[in-house]
Design a protein around this ligand. Structure first.
Ligand SMILES: NC(=O)c1ccc[n+]([C@@H]2O[C@H](COP(=O)([O-])OP(=O)(O)OC[C@H]3O[C@@H](n4cnc5c(N)ncnc54)[C@H](OP(=O)(O)O)[C@@H]3O)[C@@H](O)[C@H]2O)c1
Length: 250
């Protein structure tokens, strides 16, 4: 810890491709036994993670470009069921990004994975579940029905009380070839990932807005005692948006 300040002056400019390439996603740690996990979240300058119940009101072109580029680069994305429903997930990538993935030897779309103990029935109504090229994996402790109207859906069921995020990530790694994973939240899922020590990189975007009200912050749930430490690795700016990349403090 230091009490000295470094002035972050304007450096070389980059685009979303350059920003994501600095993460070095290809540098994998085979000893993890699970995918490398990048979590990406956005909050207003006063810390709120949603405007009128959705994150979209916080974003801008650069933030959306980074999210698309991350989706374009990973084997799977993990999204909480409430976020999937609230944000009305449909297609993940445009045709240009799909072509780039195919040219890079990846599937056209990353796998979309979610974890829902009670198996939220609203998931089946999402447009994402109707996309023919979309592979979806749902982890649940419920025996309830869930069908997709077009997507390639796998439901992996566990006994009540036996499902862990670590177990879900191990299944994605060992059985579905997932080496890199992007978590898009929400705040409840992000806290659970952090609690199990499963976040390797945290891309935190500060949106130039003040929101107030009672929207969640980027992590929801019981406090960590003591708080979990992070190490700042990179800082980028686009207009008045700030992009911070943290790794876990060992
Ligand atoms: N600012 C941002 O970057 C950002 C990103 C994403 C979302 N959001 C916002 O966040 C809000 C939704 O977030 P949220 O925190 O309410 O929901 P969430 O994290 O998307 O989903 C919560 C649900 O995930 C399941 N879950 C989470 N951890 C689990 C675990 N360890 N084991 C089993 N299941 C687990 C549970 O589902 P079941 O109840 O089905 O068991 C839980 O109710 C929306 O307003 C959305 O717009 C903001």
């Amino acid at each position: 810890m230091s009490d000295q300040f470094e002035i972050l002056s304007a450096g070389a400019s980059s685009d979303a491709i350059g920003l994501v390439s600095q993460l070095g996603l290809e540098e994998l740690d085979g000893e993890l036994g699970r995918p490398r996990v990048v979590a990406a979240m956005i909050a207003s300058a006063d810390g709120r993670a949603a405007v009128e119940g959705r994150a979209g009101g916080l974003g801008g072109p650069a933030d959306r470009a980074v999210l698309r580029e991350l989706r374009c680069s990973v084997d799977a994305i993990l999204i909480g069921p409430t976020t999937l429903v609230d944000e009305r997930y449909s297609t993940l990538l445009d045709s240009d990004h799909r072509s780039r993935r195919i040219a890079a030897g990846l599937s056209a779309e990353p796998i979309a994975a979610t974890i829902s103990r009670r198996l939220n029935p609203q998931l089946a109504e999402l447009e994402l579940f109707a996309q023919p090229e979309q592979r979806i994996v749902v982890y649940s402790e419920s025996n309830g029905p869930l069908e997709a109207s077009g997507a390639d859906l796998t439901v992996v069921r566990s006994q009540p009380g036996e499902m862990t995020l670590a177990g879900c990530l191990e299944d994605l790694y060992a059985n579905r070839g997932v080496r890199t994973l992007l978590s898009e939240g929400g705040p409840t899922l992000l806290r659970a990932l952090a609690a199990e020590g499963l976040i390797d990189d945290f891309i935190f975007t500060v949106s130039p807005l003040l929101v107030a009200g009672s929207a969640p912050t980027v992590l929801s749930g019981e406090p960590f005692e003591p708080p979990l430490g992070l190490q700042l690795e990179n800082v980028w700016r686009s207009d008045s948006f700030l992009f911070l990349r943290y790794t876990r403090q060992c």
